[in-house]
Design a binder for this molecule. Structure first.
Ligand code: NOJ
Ligand code: CA
Length: 560
């Protein structure tokens, strides 16, 4: 980190290296009422983070062993994808027991240890919460399918066959395997599964289901978890009349199942907001420390805002859909930011995500030449950034040979496998990049560049993406304008997007270029706080030139 101006390097170090006492303007982030608004969240896909018992699958001990990396990086909270007992048909999003740990990941005692060790370092821990469905191996579903008269029958969504004997309506599984309904021959009814047949949908109209699932939240909060990320928050309730979804007007020939239909009746159903109010009130039963209710809301910004409610639903609906599927151009990005800013009512707070376990990683999506610039955007935008493990070294997707595909979606629909973005974290230059020892086969292959693109190599390089990510996270921590300031668009052309973040007297200017070089007229002398190449510093003024795929983070120079 020796390349930065001294005061900045010192400030970054002060914020990122003092475990448990990370000071931000004299206050500890952990005591903040709405800590998520100031936080950088880091998503861990536990299977792929670090393996400590030589089975090629990441585990809780592995996460504990790498907490110091996260403290050094400067993030504030970890969100763990599901760690509960599961047959792993959907790698943990098919839960067979909500209040235990899958033995592949460890034990409850290991989890308590992880919590204790994370908290001791000033890190929050957020768990995935999957309310819309369970595993078909969950004892609730075993009881439910055992007979039409079982008291748990109504815990899931059962319907008699349509008049013609087929599924009750035209809803399709999200994973492209056919109808969202499977016939249970023994009881002669179909059950609903928005995703795999191994993931039957829970019936949230049943008060007993609501109560049982609220108890799950309490169980983890009593142990000390700091919040939840609600899986498919917009799919928990559906049309009670189960009407057919209308055909999509602009559907491409051959589009897979669910994409041929407009999901009018099977998602974003208005009554789902009742459920979020209930979840929020449950989370608020625990206020010391305050707990986060974030949620996956895979909808456009205009639809997503409803999930804040009147500050009585999700604290932080996670908006990743629009950003991951759009072309990474100046005008599109600027328009998206405007859409989000305009859609959000006063007092609500956005989030930004570039990669996750469901979507292609951002360096592969936007292109390697724009990866650093995209990282600058993520970490300077107004809103809570969520980094996906590996984003800090700009990890890309890994091609998976056909015979090693693990993801059920990839097996149902060619090209839809999510394995490429779930490969093991490369830590160093040792065998298996330090994810697991030599001689152990990791559950998915490592990327071909793991010996070069890994944490150890990038830590030794002051110009690496890791150095860039850490500097930006450090800048957020020391600059209120970046952390929680307002947003204003400054300039948008085909090749350049500039915006300002302002808090009180402090202003930060961010200038991004895309596929071509561009110039930008500065309105006076500015100090370079950070550049994509980690190579520019000092004062700049007048018309500045940026190469393609560059970004500068600037502060007005007040010494002039
Ligand atoms: C969204 C999760 O992110 C994804 O990984 C999962 O397959 C589905 N929900 C079903 O739970
Ligand atoms: Ca393991």
């Amino acid at each position: 980190m020796g390349e930065f101006p001294k005061p900045l390097a010192q400030a970054v170090d002060a914020v990122t290296s003092q475990s448990g006492t990370r000071r931000l303007d004299g206050s500890r982030i952990v005591s903040d009422q709405q800590w998520w608004r100031r936080a950088v969240i880091y998503q861990i896909y536990p299977r792929s983070f670090a393996d400590t018992n030589d089975d090629g699958i990441g585990d809780l001990h592995g996460i504990i062993s790498r907490l110091d990396h996260l403290v050094w990086l400067g993030v504030d909270a970890l969100w763990l994808s599901p760690i509960y007992p599961s047959p792993m048909a959907d790698f943990g999003y098919d839960i067979a027991d909500h209040t235990a740990i899958d033995p592949r990941f460890g034990t409850l005692a290991d989890f308590d240890d992880l919590l204790r060790q994370a908290h001791a370092r000033g890190l929050k821990v957020v768990l995935d919460y999957v309310p819309a469905h369970t595993s078909d191996r969950h004892p609730w579903f075993a009881a439910s399918r055992s007979s039409r008269d079982d008291p748990r029958r109504d815990w899931y969504v059962w319907r008699t066959p349509s008049a013609g004997g087929g599924p009750p309506n035209n809803w399709e599984s999200q994973f492209g395997g056919g109808p969202a309904w499977t016939l249970d021959a023994a009881t002669g009814q179909y059950y609903l599964h928005t995703f795999l047949p191994e993931q039957p949908d829970l019936n949230w109209r049943n008060p007993a289901v609501r109560e049982a699932m609220r108890e799950v939240l309490r169980f983890w909060m009593r142990r000390g978890v700091d919040g939840f990320r609600v899986d498919v928050a917009h799919r928990i309730l559906k049309d009670p009349r189960m009407r057919d979804n209308p055909p999509h007007p602009a559907v491409r020939a051959g589009a897979p199942g669910a994409h041929r239909l407009v999901e009018r009746y099977s998602r974003n159903w208005h009554e789902v907001h009742e459920v979020h109010r209930l979840l929020r009130s449950t989370v608020e039963e625990f206020d010391d420390p305050p707990r986060l209710l974030a949620g996956e809301v895979n909808l456009d910004p205009g639809e997503l805002v409803a999930y804040y409610g009147t500050d009585d639903e999700l604290h932080l609906p996670l908006n990743f859909h629009a950003i991951v599927e759009m072309p990474w151009t100046s005008r599109r990005l600027a328009a998206l930011v405007t859409d989000v800013e305009q859609a959000l009512p006063d007092g609500t707070w956005p989030s930004w995500i570039l990669s996750n376990h469901d979507k292609s990683r951002f360096p592969s999506r936007v292109g390697r030449h724009l990866a650093r610039q995209a990282l600058v955007f993520l970490l300077t935008a107004r809103g809570t950034p969520v980094l996906y493990y590996g984003d800090e070294i700009a990890l890309g997707d890994t091609d998976i040979p056909h015979d090693r595909i693990q993801d059920a979606w990839g097996r149902h629909v060619p090209g839809r496998s999510r394995d490429p973005q779930r490969t093991p974290m490369p830590w160093d230059t040792s065998a298996n990049a330090g994810f697991c020892p030599a001689g152990v086969e990791p559950w998915l292959p490592l990327g071909a560049d793991a010996d070069r693109r890994n944490i150890a190599v990038q830590r030794a390089d002051p110009r690496s993406e890791l150095a860039l990510a850490r500097t930006l996270i450090g800048l957020r921590a020391v600059r209120p304008s970046l952390r929680n300031g307002s947003y204003a668009r400054v300039t948008v052309t085909d090749d350049l997007f500039a915006f300002a973040r302002t808090a009180g007297d402090e202003r930060t200017l961010v200038v991004l270029t895309f596929d071509r070089p561009a110039t930008f007229p500065l309105p006076g002398p500015h100090r370079v706080l950070c550049s994509t190449g980690m190579d520019r510093q000092g004062i700049v003024d007048g018309e500045i030139t940026l190469e393609s795929g560059q970004a500068l983070v600037l502060a007005p120079d007040t010494r002039a």
